[in-house]
Design a binder for this molecule. Sequence first.
Ligand SMILES: [Zn+2]
Length: 244
Amino acid sequence: MEIKKLTQEEVNGTLWRACDTFRGKIDSAIYKDYVLVMLFIKWLNPHKTGKSRCFKEVQPECLIEKVYLSGETFKYLGNQYRLKVIEIGNGIKNEFEIEDENEVGECVKYFRGYIYLYVKDRNNYKRKQKLIHDWYRGKAHQKFWESLERVYPYVERYGVGKPDIQIRTMKARWGSCLLNDKSILLNSELIKAPKLCIDYVVLHELIHFKHENHDSNFYDFMTSLMPDWKQRKEILDEEVVREL
Ligand SMILES: [Zn+2]
């Protein structure tokens, strides 16, 4: 399943709408930083893609330029969560109980609407990136399997065998069906979308075991199993824009 492509107009429009949303509602000092980050991302995109400033299409990955600082938002299952970076060491410990004495305490925890990133050196960008990346990977593995458990019964009675799940970060696709491997391949970025969208992508790929092509049989079957799939698709397409 392909990811919706974005135009530069959509990118700019989303940035300015986001700025409007927060104007006057958050502390002006934070707002100023927020706008500066937005402008930086906007400036960065054409440079990253190696095209002129009038580039036509961008992939969502190009838009996400995380810096891993407190206050930055991260998406998980369709919601935005603020990051709290906490440096451990010098008497400051991980607040969460660590039972394994060998654990150094560097970890990511998702708790009461915040994502806590415990790290020894708050300036170690690569380490922070790896910790967050591994956390997303672990969650993707868990949540995608839960989704398959929810959705698989829809197709089980039509003789579809339960596939394996493979996870990969992809630029242009949410997922694909690997018929020969009896697997479905899912984009790790999908963990940022709401569960109902994950279920939609999983079902889409499962249906390919019955109908290989996107013909009317495919879509009729999809509609009979998940009548609201178009709304779910719309939400997923919007996610790409909101990822900004
Ligand atoms: Zn497809």
